[in-house]
Design a protein around this ligand. Structure first.
Ligand SMILES: CC(C)(COP(=O)(O)OP(=O)(O)OC[C@H]1O[C@@H](n2cnc3c(N)ncnc32)[C@H](O)[C@@H]1OP(=O)(O)O)[C@@H](O)C(=O)NCCC(=O)NCCS
Length: 198
């Protein structure tokens, strides 16, 4: 009888992670207030797949984030809360997005970030995302990390560049935006060997 091959189960990462100024930890239900506050700002959600969150939208985002603790399969996510001086100032996401074959572990993952605008311009998002990039390549068997964003999202594009990601592609009108139109996508990528050599 043929044995069904399955991808290996990946362990949960060891958290929290401490950087010079920040702590990265799992998201907990008590983070609802902080997430709700920065996701209530239309400037923050402008380029996100969701608009300003109402109560139900916030509940479903919190449920997804709190449940995203130990990704192992393609499509699964790690969500992290970023704290500065005991206050949650933003969140990070790592989504396992592709594998060589159905039986191998994911080898490509996508990064995402949302930060409270009250702490913008201090390098916190860069410091936190750098720690997530290091975690991604040390903990997961990844070959490539990528980020996809609206090319008009300049703060996010600059963040990708500070992380050493390369601007690899600009695809035209491939994303159905929330205004009923089409947006372009900028693709940024970082290969394991580039991260290791940096
Ligand atoms: C994308 C986002 C996280 C970037 O935030 P940010 O404040 O620009 O990023 P940082 O916290 O890393 O701060 C970087 C800025 O601080 C400056 N800075 C100050 N001290 C710094 C330090 N110690 N280290 C690095 N940068 C520092 C940098 O020069 C940079 O300024 P610049 O962009 O004018 O060059 C934020 O704009 C955001 O949450 N946007 C909304 C959500 C969103 O669109 N997410 C992406 C969807 S694809």
């Amino acid at each position: 009888m043929a044995t069904e091959l399955r991808p290996p189960t990946l362990p949960a990462p060891t958290l929290p992670i401490r950087t010079e100024r920040l702590m990265l930890r799992l998201v907990v239900p008590e983070d609802r207030g902080a997430v709700g506050a920065y996701c209530a700002d239309p400037e923050v959600t402008r380029y996100l797949p969701f608009g300003v969150l109402d109560d139900a939208g916030l509940d479903s985002r919190m449920e997804r984030m709190v449940g995203a603790q130990a990704p192992s399969l393609v499509g699964e996510m790690l969500s992290l809360a970023v704290e500065h001086d005991g206050t949650m100032i933003g969140d990070l996401m790592l989504r396992l997005s592709a594998a060589h074959s159905p039986e191998s572990a994911p080898s490509i993952a996508e990064l995402g970030w949302v930060f409270d605008p009250s702490v913008a311009g201090k390098g916190f998002a860069t410091e936190a995302a750098r720690a997530l990039v290091d975690l991604a390549f040390t903990h997961y068997p990844l070959h490539r990390l990528m980020a996809q964003l609206d090319p008009l999202n300049l703060t996010s594009a600059r963040l990708c560049e500070r992380l050493g990601m390369r601007h690899e592609a600009h695809t035209r009108e491939d994303y159905a935006n929330r205004d009923g139109g089409w947006s372009d996508t900028a693709v940024y990528g970082l290969l394991r060997r580039e991260w290791a050599g940096a």
